[in-house]
Write a protein that binds this ligand. Structure first.
Ligand code: BGC
Length: 799
C-alpha cells in the first residue's frame, strides 16, 4: 500500500512539475510576444548581437535582461567580467578531463554527472550558457582540436554530446552544441571550405549533431567558422533552417562562433539568431539598411528575436541565487572520470597493476609526473582550482612501503634536450619497475593550429627506448589529447593512455596504476601506426582554402577496415585487469521489417578475479548493398560492471535508422532489404559474437527518373522495366538472340550503362527525345519497395 502511495505522490509530483514547466513556458511565450510588440526596430536589431564578449544585449527600457555565455567545455572559463576576454585572468573552476578522455569512458551516466557538475559550477559563477560540448568528428589525427572533440565515430560522439547536454541543462544552465558542422581542421579555420559530399555529410558529420539535438535539445547551437559545401556555416540556410530546425526540430537559438559572421543579413535570413561577440555598430547599421530597403523582412527578424528572448527569459527564470561551486566534490568526480577514462593499451605479463608484493622499488620518470599536462591550448583553457601531480599523489597515497625515485627524463622547455636521459636510465635500471610519464607537450595540441605529424618529442621517444633496454617492466604512461605514434611499442610491456585528465588526472592515473580502480577505458579513436596509414592523409589540411573529404564515409575505423590496414591500436580497444567472456547472443527476431525494433541480447561474464567494467560494442554490417558501405558501423554500446564470476545480460535495441544509409540522390535514409549481420564486440577488431538477420523493407523509395537515369536502373526494377519495354524499338531485337523474349535476353552491359538521354543517339533516333520525355513523365511519382529476401536465400557471413 505504502509503495502505491509513494508512486501516486511521485506521479502527481511529476504531473505538477510538468504542469509548472508548461505554465512557465506559456508565461514566457506570452511575455515574449508582448515584448516584441513594444520593441523599436533599432532595439530589435541590437538584440541579434552580443553586448560585449560574453553577454547578450539587455534593453533596460523594457526590463529585458542579459545573460552570460562562457567557455567550456570541460570546465568553466569564466572571464572576470563580461567585457573581458578572460585569458589568464579567468575565475578558478574545476577542470575536468577533456572530451577525448570523456569519450574513452564510454559511460553516458558518468558524462551526464560531469554535465551536472558543470551546470552547478556555471550557476555558482553566474553563467547562463556553457559553450560546449563539441561533437565534431576527429576526421584527421592531426586536427588541432581533437582533444576537445569526442570521437571519430558519429554515434559515440552524438551520445556523449547528448549525455553532457542533458546533464548541464538539468541544472538550469544552457549549452551550445558546437561547431556546427564539418569543423574538422584548424588551418585557415575562418575560411576553409569543407568540401564534403552529401552522403558523407549526413552519415558522418551531421549525425552526432542530430543525435544531440534530438535527445537533448541544447538551448543553443554554435555555427562554425568554416564554409560547408561552399557556404559559411553561419549563413547556410540548408544547415541552419532546413536540417537543424525543420528536419530535427531544434527549438533553441543559433549563435555564431566568435567573429564567425561574414554577411550579417545573409546569416539572419539563413536562421542564425545571435552574432557573438559584439563587434561594432556597423553590422547593426547593415541590418537596419536591409530592413529599410526590403532586403530583409521584419517578420524574419521578429521570429529570431522571439526565440532569442525565449532563451534569455528561460535562463533568467532558472538562475539559482545560492548556488555553490562544490569544488571538493567536483574535484573528486574529476578524479573518478580520469580513472574511468584511462585506457590500458598493453599489459604483457600483467606488469600492471603495481603492487607492493611485486615491486618494492619504483622509478617515476618524466617531467609530466611532476608538472602534468592536463588540458589543451585555446578557448577551452580552464584555470583549475587545484592541480594534482602524479609524483606527489603516488608518494602520499601509495608510497608507504615502497621506495620511490624520481628523474625528470626530459625538459618540457626544450624538446631536443637529451641531457636528462642518462640519469633517468640509471634510476630505471636500479628499480623493479619504471613508470615513464611521456606524451605531447602543450604546444603540440592547440585550437587554431593543426599538428604536422603524430610523433611525440624525440626526447620522449628516446627516453622510453633507452629505459626499455635496462628495465623489463617499463610502463609508459601517456598524456596526450589525440593519437600518437609509438615507435617503441614492441619494446615495452605496458602502456597506459591517460589522455588530458584535467586537474585531478594524476589521482585517477595513480588509482589505475596501483589497481584501486580497474582500467575500463576504451579508445574512441583509432591509433595508427603511421600518419601515412590515416584516412585523410592525402586531404589534410587541404589547400587554397578547400579541404576535400576524399575518404568520404570511410572515416576512422571504417577506413582501416575497408583498406585492411592494421592499426597500432584499434577503435574500441582497451584492456582490463580481468577478462570478460561473451555468450548467448540472441536477437528477438530473425526477420524484421523497417518498422520493427529488434532486441539484441548478449551475456557478458567476468571470468577473472577482480571486479571490472566491460564496454560492449554493437556494430551493424550490411554485406550487400546498392551503395558502398563500411564493413561495419558502431550503433550501440553499454558499459557493464561485473564482480568476479558475475554474469549479466545486456540488451540493445536496433531500429530502422541503425540499418540505413543516406541516399543523397533521394535525400532520405534508406533501410534496404537484405541480410544484416549484428556484431557484439569488445573492440572494432575483436568481434566476439554475431547474429544474422533479414530485413524486409516496406519503405517506398522514389524512382527519381530523369534524363540522366541509367537504363540499368530502369531495367532492374520490375515496373519500370515494363515501361522501358514499350519504348524498345525494333532495333533492340538485333541485340537479342533470335526467338528469345526480352526478359531472357542478355542485354549487353554497355547498353545498360547508358543514361536514357542517349536513346535517340544510340537508336538512330528510333526512340526520339520526345519519347524519352514521355518515359520520364510516366515514371514521375513512381516508388518501389526493395525486393523481399528470405532468410534461407542468404548465406551467413562470418567475422
Ligand atoms: C572557439 C569557440 C569558443 C569561442 C569563444 C572560438 O574561437 O572556436 O569554441 O567557444 O571562441 O571563446
Amino acid at each position: 500500500m505504502k509503495k502505491y502511495l509513494i508512486l501516486l505522490v511521485l506521479v502527481i509530483g511529476g504531473i505538477t512539475v510538468m504542469a509548472q514547466d508548461t505554465n512557465s513556458k506559456t508565461e514566457i511565450n506570452h511575455k515574449v510576444e508582448q515584448l516584441v510588440k513594444q520593441l523599436t526596430l533599432e532595439e530589435k536589431v541590437s538584440l541579434c548581437s552580443g553586448r560585449d564578449d560574453w553577454s547578450t544585449q539587455p534593453i533596460e527600457r523594457l526590463d529585458i535582461p542579459w545573460i552570460w555565455l562562457s567557455d567550456g567545455p570541460h570546465g568553466l572559463r569564466r572571464a572576470p567580467a563580461t567585457n573581458k576576454a578572460g585569458y589568464g585572468d579567468q575565475l578558478p573552476a574545476v577542470c575536468f578531463p577533456t572530451a577525448s578522455a570523456l569519450a574513452a569512458t564510454w559511460d553516458l551516466d558518468l558524462i551526464s554527472k560531469v554535465g551536472q557538475a558543470l551546470g552547478e559550477e556555471a550557476q555558482a559563477l553566474d553563467v547562463n550558457v556553457l559553450l560546449g560540448p563539441g561533437v565534431n568528428i576527429k576526421r584527421s589525427v592531426l586536427g588541432g582540436r581533437n582533444f576537445e572533440y569526442f570521437s571519430e565515430d558519429p554515434v559515440l560522439s552524438g551520445e556523449m554530446g547528448a549525455a553532457y547536454i542533458n546533464g548541464v541543462q538539468s541544472r538550469g544552465v544552457g549549452t551550445s552544441l558546437k561547431h556546427y558542422v564539418a569543423n574538422n581542421v584548424e588551418t585557415m579555420r575562418m575560411f576553409m571550405n569543407s568540401d564534403v559530399d552529401d552522403r558523407t555529410l549526413h552519415e558522418i558529420y551531421l549525425t552526432p549533431f542530430e543525435i544531440a539535438v534530438k535527445k537533448a535539445q541544447p538551448w543553443t547551437v554554435m555555427a562554425c567558422y568554416n564554409r560547408v559545401q561552399g557556404e559559411y556555416g553561419t549563413q547556410n540556410p540548408y544547415l541552419l533552417t532546413e536540417i537543424l530546425k525543420n528536419d530535427w526540430g531544434f527549438e533553441g537559438i543559433v549563435v555564431s562562433d566568435w567573429f564567425a559572421i561574414v554577411d550579417r543579413v545573409k546569416a539572419l535570413k539563413a536562421g542564425l539568431h545571435l552574432e557573438m561577440p559584439h563587434v561594432s555598430g556597423v553590422n547593426d547599421e547593415i541590418v537596419l539598411e536591409a530592413l529599410k530597403n526590403g532586403n530583409l523582412d521584419e517578420a524574419v527578424l521578429d521570429n529570431l528575436i522571439s526565440e532569442i528572448l525565449t532563451v534569455v527569459l528561460k535562463a533568467k527564470s532558472l538562475e539559482k541565487e545560492d548556488a555553490k561551486q562544490n569544488v571538493e566534490e567536483h574535484h573528486a568526480l574529476a578524479r573518478k572520470v580520469s580513472a574511468e577514462a584511462a585506457t590500458l593499451l598493453k599489459n604483457d605479463k600483467d606488469v600492471l597493476p603495481l603492487t607492493k608484493e611485486k615491486y618494492k622499488n619504483v622509478a617515476i620518470i618524466g617531467e609530466f609526473a611532476s608538472s602534468p599536462r592536463y588540458q589543451g591550448n585555446g578557448s577551452s583553457e580552464v584555470k583549475p582550482t587545484q592541480l594534482d601531480n602524479a609524483l606527489d599523489i603516488i608518494k602520499d597515497e601509495y608510497g608507504k612501503g615502497i621506495k620511490i625515485t624520481y628523474a625528470q627524463g626530459y625538459n618540457l622547455k626544450d624538446d631536443n634536450d637529451f641531457s636528462l636521459i642518462e640519469e633517468a636510465t640509471q634510476a630505471a635500471a636500479n628499480a623493479d619497475i619504471a613508470l615513464v610519464f611521456a606524451g605531447l607537450p602543450l604546444h603540440y595540441e592547440s585550437e587554431g593550429i593543426d599538428r604536422k605529424h603524430i610523433d611525440m618529442p624525440e626526447a620522449h621517444n628516446k627516453l622510453i627506448e633507452e629505459i626499455s633496454k635496462v628495465q623489463e617492466n617499463t610502463t609508459v604512461v601517456l598524456t596526450n589529447g589525440s593519437a600518437v605514434a609509438m615507435p617503441w611499442v614492441d619494446q615495452v610491456p605496458a602502456i597506459l593512455e591517460t589522455w588530458l585528465g584535467g586537474q585531478a588526472g594524476a589521482g585517477g592515473t595513480a588509482d589505475v596504476i596501483f589497481g584501486k580502480v580497474n582500467p575500463s577505458g576504451k579508445l574512441a579513436e583509432t591509433f595508427p601506426v603511421r600518419l601515412e596509414d590515416t584516412p585523410a592523409f592525402f586531404n589534410f589540411p587541404g589547400e587554397q582554402g578547400n579541404v576535400l573529404y576524399g575518404e568520404r564515409i570511410f572515416v576512422g575505423y571504417r577506413f582501416y577496415d575497408e583498406r585492411n590496414i592494421k592499426p597500432l591500436f584499434p577503435f574500441g580497444h582497451g584492456m582490463s585487469y580481468t577478462q570478460f567472456e561473451y555468450s548467448d547472443m540472441n536477437v528477438s527476431s530473425k526477420e524484421i521489417t523497417d518498422k520493427d525494433v529488434l532486441d539484441v541480447t548478449i551475456k557478458v561474464k567476468n571470468t577473472g578475479s577482480v571486479k571490472g567494467k566491460e564496454i560492449v560494442q554493437i556494430y551493424v554490417s550490411d554485406p550487400e548493398c546498392t551503395l558502398q558501405r563500411p564493413e561495419k558501423e558502431l550503433k550501440k554500446f553499454a558499459k557493464v560492471e561485473l564482480a568476479p564470476g558475475e554474469e549479466k545480460e545486456v540488451t540493445f535495441q536496433l531500429s530502422s535508422r541503425d540499418f540505413s544509409y543516406y541516399d543523397a540522390k533521394r535525400d532520405m535514409w534508406i533501410a534496404e532489404s537484405g541480410q544484416f549481420v549484428i556484431l557484439a564486440a569488445a573492440s572494432s577488431r575483436d568481434i566476439r559474437k554475431s547474429e544474422s538477420i533479414i530485413l524486409n523493407s516496406t519503405q517506398q523509395i522514389p524512382m527519381m527518373v530523369d534524363e540522366y537515369t541509367f537504363v540499368k536502373e530502369l531495367w532492374e526494377n520490375e515496373e519500370t522495366r515494363e515501361l522501358l519495354k514499350e519504348y524498345f524499338p525494333n532495333w533492340i531485337k538485333g541485340w537479342t538472340p533470335e526467338g528469345k523474349l526480352l526478359d531472357e535476353a542478355n542485354i549487353p552491359g554497355f547498353f545498360l550503362e547508358h543514361p536514357i538521354i542517349k536513346f535517340p543517339y544510340i537508336t538512330n533516333n528510333e526512340i526520339t527525345h520526345q519519347e524519352v520525355k514521355e518515359l520520364i513523365n510516366k515514371c514521375k511519382g513512381m516508388t518501389y519497395t526493395p525486393e523481399v529476401v528470405k532468410l534461407k536465400d542468404v548465406e551467413n557471413v562470418s567475422f
